[in-house]
Design a protein around this ligand. Structure first.
Ligand code: DGJ
Length: 725
């Protein structure tokens, strides 16, 4: 049991052995937040709610039709589970509902609750799942001025130190609009909390940036129509003294792929309010009578032992409760992708040679990227019709050829997009999201399809199914090469932009849901101009996502390192490319810390380079599944703050481990001992360093001696395998 209710105190305790989350129903029927932190067996409500000089802590209410003053509570000073709008609480409100008279006053009070032992499931919407029994608390609240109800849900996933929170809105009357609806709120004393957010750009994704949370607003958001390169929908909050191995921190991560907002506000009392949910910009969701509106879930993960433990919990959470693909715990194929080798310039013969080359370098999945369909010799045209360009390729012949060599075959799609020159656009211009009469931004010469329209979804399902039904396709790379702007939908002509973006995202989920359910044996990899839609909504459907178009291995160490704070290594598409900055050995070692594969013309490889790659393939086969796919990551050296990149990854049973260290600037013969983390101190491990053996104890306490001259971008890769007793 991980949710307890104390009837006398009207107190809820959500917990596992590592954390506690307390709130209670106060006399005003408001849910007052009390505590979130390390496990705490008991709390004293009065002790926590005594907030100093309480000149303001009373309110006027009706008691038996008489107006009376009550004391000890006022909304503006207290920590709340759900703030209000238009009341004395001037912090940002989580939910704002506009009524027909243009009033936005919104205040929910507690009505009832129930504890369930199952999780909700909904077709077409990413919701966490669990193989074991879990507790779910659902509280029903009523808006005080209207017949509108809110169901506030909490799920405790005690195996991974995560609480899921989400809301559903049900209106029993017409004429209201949701103009803000944040799934998550956490009020706490700011004290010494800072935050790390993950900002970026194309080829520059998920840079961790540590900032102080100041008074007033600190907001992170996307209005790009997708979660985006620019900002990831996840934030880590940490104390001043928190390090990788020590201290308190927590992660807020939204399970959603569209426009989002994470809003932080510190008020005059030094209270920090954190809100997270879909972006409220230009948002007006009409509340239809009796329709239940489900909003995205937010995962709140806690660590009292530093950032590494937080990341490990997050990785476990994602692998166990988010990614629903059957591939999640499986060995991934070694992939050779055609993109950087030949871009759009190929024919059947050339691709056959690539497949043969894939065979020679030891890959077991070949992926034909962009360019295989009609009118796609440039990126000005072709997206939409999705007919095979027969002059260019014979798809069946290629697939048969790959399969004859025991190589799986994958194909690139960019389902959500359309070019203006296509037949589809001629026949169905309304399938594209486009605002009439304005200058439109044509990023990558393309428009976005209107996935808020079910007809468009059916069209896409039919088109893609044709390929999956008629060709033996084992893998799909699902790209998304522009962000959304100038949106207008013919079938939702009156939808506000913010709402339309949400409807489009819901349509994207329909599409992913139907295809991934229909073809469970196909491995899907997400992608969005590199890693522009790397979020939990996408991971629900695709077990891996191309991490970035930046294939310079050194640049990539930063991107993979940044991504690792939140997302498991096994989700990060990572390939060896032609880039000459480092040896193939080093490129391979970096790609090994992701899904692993290659992205080049295999015929440009010299024999010794193929040999280097084959050696890395050997490590992949022996170590990747137990460490990278299913193990625990430990960050050792932070490239953003030191001259080294360093991580080690340990299998769950601690029998295997790998370590990668990369030196950036040339470094003299300094005395260095590289300390591993997370090994079993009682085990003896054989290394790949001339087969030398070391105890886990020694490796963690003293560390490996690396007192030598380190060249620019020199890498140091160690494998450990327990010696059988
Ligand atoms: C962007 C992706 O990130 C690349 O890997 C490649 O698939 C191109 N799109 C193809 O257009």
């Amino acid at each position: 049991m991980s949710i307890k209710f104390d009837k006398d105190k009207k107190l809820f305790h959500l917990f596992n052995k590592n954390f506690s989350y307390y709130f209670y129903i106060n006399d005003a029927n408001i849910l007052e937040h009390l505590y979130f932190g390390a496990f705490l067996k008991n709390i004293d409500i009065n002790e926590i709610t005594n907030l100093g000089d309480s000149w303001g802590r009373h309110y006027l209410t009706k008691d038996n039709k008489e107006e009376v003053y009550k004391s000890h509570f006022t909304k503006d000073m207290s920590y709340l589970e759900l703030g209000s709008f238009g009341t004395v609480d001037k912090r940002p409100a989580p939910i704002i509902i506009k009524n027909k008279n243009n009033s936005y006053y919104t205040d929910f009070k507690f009505l009832k609750f129930k504890i369930y032992h199952n999780l909700e499931e909904k077709e077409d919407f990413p919701l966490v799942f669990s193989k074991s029994k879990v507790d779910r608390l659902e509280l029903t609240l009523k808006e005080v001025t209207r017949d509108i109800y809110l169901k506030l849900n909490y799920v405790v996933l005690d195996d991974v130190n995560t609480i899921i929170r989400y809301v559903k809105i049900i209106s029993k009357e017409e004429g209201n609009f949701l103009t803000k609806v944040m799934s998550f709120e956490l009020d706490l004393a700011k004290q010494n909390y800072n935050l790390i957010h993950f900002y970026g750009d194309w080829s520059f994704e998920r840079n961790p940036e540590l900032i102080k949370i100041n008074h007033g607003y600190t907001r992170f958001s996307s209005f790009f129509g997708r979660s985006g390169h620019e900002e990831n929908p996840s934030i880590i909050y940490l104390r001043d003294d928190t390090t990788e191995d020590y201290g308190e921190c927590f992660l807020v991560n939204l399970i959603y792929s569209g426009n989002f907002l994470i809003e932080n506000y510190v008020d005059r009392y030094d209270n920090l309010r954190i809100l997270c949910g879909i972006n409220d910009e230009a948002l007006e969701i009409p509340l239809k009578k009796n329709e239940e509106i489900l909003l995205p879930q937010v995962a709140l993960t806690y660590s009292n032992n530093g950032l590494t433990a937080l990341s490990q919990s997050s990785h476990n959470f994602i692998r166990e409760h988010v990614i629903r693909s059957k591939f999640v715990h499986k060995e991934r194929p070694i992939l050779l992708n055609s993109w950087e080798g030949c871009y759009l310039d190929f024919n059947t013969q050339k691709i056959k040679r690539y497949i043969e080359g894939a065979y020679k370098v030891g890959a077991n999945l070949f992926v034909l990227d962009d360019g295989w369909f009609t009118n796609r010799n440039t990126d000005f045209n072709g997206l939409g019709d999705r007919e095979i360009e027969k002059e260019k390729i014979n798809l069946k012949e290629l697939i048969d050829y790959a399969h004859s060599l025991n190589i799986k075959f994958g194909l690139w799609f960019e389902p959500e997009m359309i070019n203006l020159g296509t037949e589809l656009y001629k026949v169905h211009p309304e399938y594209a999201l486009r605002k009439a009469g304005v200058d439109i931004g044509l990023y990558r010469h393309q428009l976005v399809l209107d996935t808020s329209n079910d007809e468009v979804i059916d069209y896409l399902i039919n088109k893609i199914s044709y390929f999956l039904d008629n060709f033996n396709i084992d893998y799909i790379k699902w790209d998304h090469n522009r962000y959304l702007a100038d949106v207008y939908s013919k079938i939702h002509p009156n939808a506000s932009e913010g709402y339309l973006y949400h409807l489009i995202t819901l349509g994207v989920y329909k599409l992913f849901n139907r295809l991934t359910k229909k073809y469970p044996d196909v491995l899907f990899e997400g992608c969005a101009s590199g890693g522009g839609r790397f979020d939990l909504g996408m991971l629900y459907y695709t077990p891996q996502i191309w991490c970035s178009d930046e294939t310079d291995p050194i640049q990539r160490t930063y991107i993979q390192y940044g991504t690792s704070f939140v997302y498991p290594l096994s989700t990060m598409g990572a390939h060896i490319s032609k880039n000459q900055i480092t040896s193939y050995k080093t490129k391979g070692e970096i790609a090994l810390l992701g899904t692993y594969g290659l992205e080049l013309d295999p015929y440009t490889l010299k024999d010794d380079e193929i040999q280097e790659i084959k050696e890395i393939n050997g490590i992949f086969k022996e170590f990747h599944l137990d460490t990278v796919v299913n193990g625990d990551l430990y960050r050792l050296y932070n490239p953003f703050t030191s001259n080294l990149f360093g991580v080690n990854v340990v299998s769950k049973d601690k029998r295997k481990a790998i370590l990668l260290l990369i030196n950036y600037r040339k470094d003299n013969n300094k005395h260095r001992y590289i300390k591993f983390k997370g090994l079993d101190e009682g085990k003896v491990y054989k290394t790949n360093l001339e087969n030398k053996c070391y105890s886990g104890d020694f490796l963690m306490k003293n560390g490996l001696n690396l007192s030598k001259w380190l060249n620019e971008f020199e890498s140091f890769f160690v494998t450990l395998k327990e010696i059988d007793k």
